[in-house]
Design a protein around this ligand. Structure first.
Ligand SMILES: *Cc1c(COP(=O)(O)O)cnc(C)c1O
Length: 486
């Protein structure tokens, strides 16, 4: 047992100890059996931990200190954009006028909140180059699915029922083929060429009258810009297909290039990545979808519209794919994204992109001598190293990721994208200082040296964490999620 090992809350229980104090009951006590059928009434007390307020504070504070988050350390998890979440966003999201409203309130009483939503949609239209945006989807993958359902509805409205295929490059984020499948399409994989970009000849050979859409991340998950995008758009549009842009990590191009100008018909953004919403713990996230004119009739309803200075939700949208989220989506995340966009301004958002790209290239070139770099051109917001040189010495990328924990860093995304052997996908983000970048670079260089001089220290890492190597397969397949009294 590690010195820092915390007992479970049930293990520090002491009969009769309480962590609350209630005032005297000042209403008559009611006999439950007069209100509820017998079978619903609990006969014995629930087995709950009995602890003092101080016990409970210390217990959960100690557990929370074991978490690694953006607020306590560098988090270069590729494709996840773990940038800093400015605290001003939190203050604004807690303004009582926003925090205390209810989604069933009459529209006339929440005009300010609706104006904010409307304004955010307008800003996102401007940023993506799209004609309209829905904020309903709750996450990136949900946005992908929403857009694909709209694309399907568009084709079907044209009497086009045979477009069953969605093309997805082999470097795509895993949610892309998953969303296509859930939306009822067959996924066709498009190969990458030796530069890590979509192979145009392969694309040409796979498009046809059965193509519903091409899903593309640009820059792709290797951090490389698909420079043939205009040609790809011509090819896909030429056969009547639509182009879908995965804009989860838009800080690669934001305010520099717009999906709408590259020929895309639909795009999703992750407000919980690019626009500084916090992520983790399963949400809440937000995955708005922007579309071009053709797809507007199919937007999820209700659609927020402005009529003579009054904001109102329009339900009469006969071609809509319907509602995809209860109420109006994750409003608290809109506020954070809106605050971010308004505090940064157009020049600030441009600087975000410049620093995201600069930081990634700086780190990539500093690490290039120590690790294999399969794609050597300049990157955008992230880059992918290969651990194949270290693998020849008996050390896997997983081992190096575990070793980084000893230096206090969250490891990069590993073994992804699939087209890189022993991949390490690093996204430093723009919010980190040069000092932080340099310290991480030093740690990576030290690990590369350890692999040559003292591989066991890396193979057996981590050494400084509360527990060492986990059986990750067992943790995923046979998780024990409840307290079992011994
Ligand atoms: C994160 C991400 C997604 C999925 O977003 P979720 O909010 O996790 O569903 C999709 N595509 C890319 C490129 C991403 O980085």
């Amino acid at each position: 047992m590690h010195k820092d090992n915390q007992p479970l809350i049930f293990e520090i229980t002491k009969a009769g100890r309480v962590g609350y104090s209630l005032t005297e009951l000042d209403v008559p006590e009611v006999d439950l059996s007069s209100l509820m059928p017998d079978g619903f009434i609990r006969k014995e007390d629930a087995e709950l931990p009995e602890v003092s307020e101080l016990d409970i504070m210390r217990h959960y504070t100690a557990l929370s200190n074991r978490n690694h988050g953006v607020d306590n350390g560098f988090y270069p998890l590729g494709s996840c954009t773990m940038k800093y979440n400015p605290k001003i966003n939190e203050s604004v999201a807690r303004f009582p006028g926003f925090a205390n409203i209810h989604p069933l309130q009459d529209e006339s009483t929440v005009q300010g909140a609706l104006e904010m939503i409307y304004d955010l949609q307008e800003h996102l239209n401007e940023i993506t180059g799209m004609d309209e945006t829905t904020l309903q989807p709750a996450a990136g993958a949900h946005g992908e699915w929403t857009a694909l359902m709209m694309i399907r509805a568009f084709h079907e409205a044209n009497g086009d029922f045979n477009r069953t295929k969605v093309l997805v490059p082999d470097s795509a984020h895993g949610t892309n083929p998953a969303s296509a499948t859930v939306a009822g399409f067959d996924t066709v994989t498009v190969k990458s060429n030796e530069s890590g970009l979509v192979d145009i000849e392969d694309l040409k050979s796979k498009v046809g009258p059965d193509t519903a859409a091409l899903m593309l991340t640009n820059p792709n998950t290797l951090g490389l810009f698909e420079e043939d995008i205009l040609e790809m758009a011509t090819i896909v549009h030429g056969v009547g297909g639509k182009l879908y842009y995965d804009g989860a990590n838009l800080n690669a191009v934001m305010s520099k290039a717009r999906p709408g100008d590259m020929g895309f018909d639909a795009v999703h953004l992750n407000l919980h990545k690019t626009f500084t919403g916090p992520h983790g713990g399963g949400g809440p996230g937000s995955g708005p979808v922007g579309v071009k004119k053709d797809l507007i009739p199919f937007l999820p309803k209700p659609v927020l519209v402005k009529k003579e200075d009054i904001y109102t939700f329009e339900y009469d949208r006969p071609q809509s794919i319907g509602r995809v989220k209860p109420f109006y989506g994750n409003f608290g995340i809109y506020l954070r994204a809106y605050t971010y966009i308004r505090t940064m301004g157009p020049d600030g958002l441009k600087a975000v992109t410049e620093y995201a790209v600069l930081n990634a290239n700086y780190m990539m070139r500093k690490l290039e001598p120590y690790f294999d770099l399969p794609y050597t051109q300049h990157c955008k917001h992230e880059f992918v190293l290969s651990g194949r040189r270290q693998k020849k010495l008996g050390v896997r990328t997983l081992d190096m990721a575990k070793r980084l924990l000893d230096f206090g860093y969250h490891p990069p995304t590993i073994y992804f994208p699939l087209n890189v052997e022993e991949g390490m996908m690093i996204e430093p983000t723009e919010t980190e200082s040069k000092e932080t970048l340099d310290s991480f670079i030093d740690a990576m260089i030290q690990i590369a040296k350890e692999v040559e001089e003292n591989p066991e220290v890396v193979q057996n890492a981590p050494h400084t964490t509360v527990i060492n190597r986990l059986d990750e397969t067992k943790a995923a397949r046979q998780p024990v999620l409840r307290y079992i009294k011994k």
